[in-house]
Design a protein around this ligand. Structure first.
Ligand SMILES: *Cc1c(COP(=O)(O)O)cnc(C)c1O
Length: 392
């Protein structure tokens, strides 16, 4: 196995090595992490609504844990399908205004399972070039032809749909909000194109579920496009502050997934405590609107501070604010200098992002105060000037 050591050395030489760092919670301080004995403002996690330490969710989980035990014991098609599962799925369908919903173990498995169930040999999956890795992996496992279109480029997608108009089934997949760029997919145009070419449209709301929509339903709902989207995927690991994922759509779709989605069939059901936590989080996501409002205001404030400092940041109010520096080593230096200044903001490098676009991906949470963020923006500017990331 010496080849592994050689390969690891190559990764190090290109500043692409990854290693696990311990990040501990800081008691009484949401929105902060403890790393190497230092308390840091957490600008890297995806706890968008600040729900990850909500006492009502913790209480619901504890109660279910004591009443129902630690594990569900089997997959849902065997004996793991406890009553709270069905109740949660009914609530999810009502929230999504869809006929039905299905819970998955996490977003990664939801994307693998759904894409494999909907596309196979002879079919074509059209996928935005910046889609999440779980979508890329799902397409690989499906054995369908993988056709990538340029990021958010609808003319390119149209050309490719036309070129493959005689293929078997056609599935278009996109992130609603892109995980490393924080920008939005052109959903209205995607709905129009999928209709024109008779394709299925699947939208991954991992970073927009809970964040957009009057009751946090997601970006499709916020834009009034939910009925034009055939397959909605969302995760409970980010804005919901728990763990797990959902797919919502027609009754037929969900019946098909119960029969064909391998992660549902061949993997143990989530523990009852997690289902209880998600159920409580779903209540809070719908009712605690102030969290969404705070998050959107924070995003606008933080973006505008960075822009005034001279950074190029995109428009909008998504909680993901990337600062692209380009080079891997510079991104790593920027990240460690920020850590020294009390900010946890990890460097994101290839293959997570395209070559030459290494970046710091700042992500915001309703747990951050306006003061936290104003202060962070000042420190980020100072570090960037010192490192030459920003011109003096
Ligand atoms: C995080 C993420 C996932 C995976 O969700 P998990 O629940 O963390 O497995 C899927 N899609 C996108 C776009 C994501 O950002």
């Amino acid at each position: 196995m010496k080849w592994i050591e050689d390969e690891l050395r190559k990764l190090e030489d290109r500043s692409l090595n990854r290693s696990l760092q311990i990040s501990a919670t800081v008691s009484g301080h949401q929105g902060y992490v403890l790393r190497r004995q230092k308390t840091l403002l957490d600008l890297s996690s995806n706890d968008y609504l600040g729900l990850a330490r909500h006492p009502a969710i913790a209480a619901a989980m504890t109660q279910a844990l004591l009443a129902e035990g630690t594990g569900s014991g089997a997959s849902r098609l065997i004996t793991g399908n406890r009553p709270p599962y069905g109740r949660l799925e009914d609530a999810l369908a009502a929230w999504q205004q869809s006929e039905a919903a299905l819970v998955f173990a996490n977003g990664y498995m939801a994307n693998l399972g759904v894409i494999q169930a909907l596309a196979g040999r002879g079919d074509v999956v059209f996928s935005d070039r910046l889609n999440h890795a779980s979508i890329v992996d799902g397409i690989g496992l499906s054995r369908a032809e993988h056709v990538r279109y340029r990021h958010n480029d609808m003319e390119h997608l149209r050309l490719l749909l036309y070129k493959h108009r005689d293929a078997g089934r056609k599935l278009i997949v996109t992130d609603a909000v892109f995980s490393m760029d924080g920008d939005q997919a052109p959903l209205a145009e995607l709905v129009a194109l999928k209709r024109e070419y008779g394709a299925i449209l699947m939208v991954d709301e991992a970073h927009s579920g809970g964040v957009y929509g009057a009751r946090g339903e997601g970006l499709c709902h916020a834009l009034g496009l939910q009925s034009g989207v055939d397959v909605h995927v969302g995760t409970f690991s980010k804005a919901f502050g728990v763990y797990g994922a959902y797919v919502s759509g027609s009754r037929t779709l969900i019946r098909w997934l119960v029969n064909k989605a391998r992660p549902v069939i061949y993997s143990t059901a989530l523990p009852p405590s997690v289902i209880a936590g998600i159920t409580e989080a779903l209540n809070l996501v719908q009712t605690e609107r102030h969290r969404r409002e705070r998050l959107a205001a924070s995003s606008r404030q933080f973006r505008s501070s960075l822009r005034m400092a001279g950074f190029q940041v995109g428009p909008g109010d998504s909680p993901i604010v990337p600062v692209v520096v380009g080079d891997n080593a510079t991104a790593l230096r920027f990240s460690s200098a920020l850590e020294a200044e009390g900010i946890a903001a990890v460097a994101v490098r290839p293959p997570t992002v395209p070559d030459g676009t290494a970046r710091i991906r700042f992500s915001l949470s309703a747990a951050h105060t306006p003061d936290d963020l104003a202060d962070a923006a000042n420190r980020i500017e100072r570090v960037a000037l010192r490192l030459g990331v920003l011109a003096q």
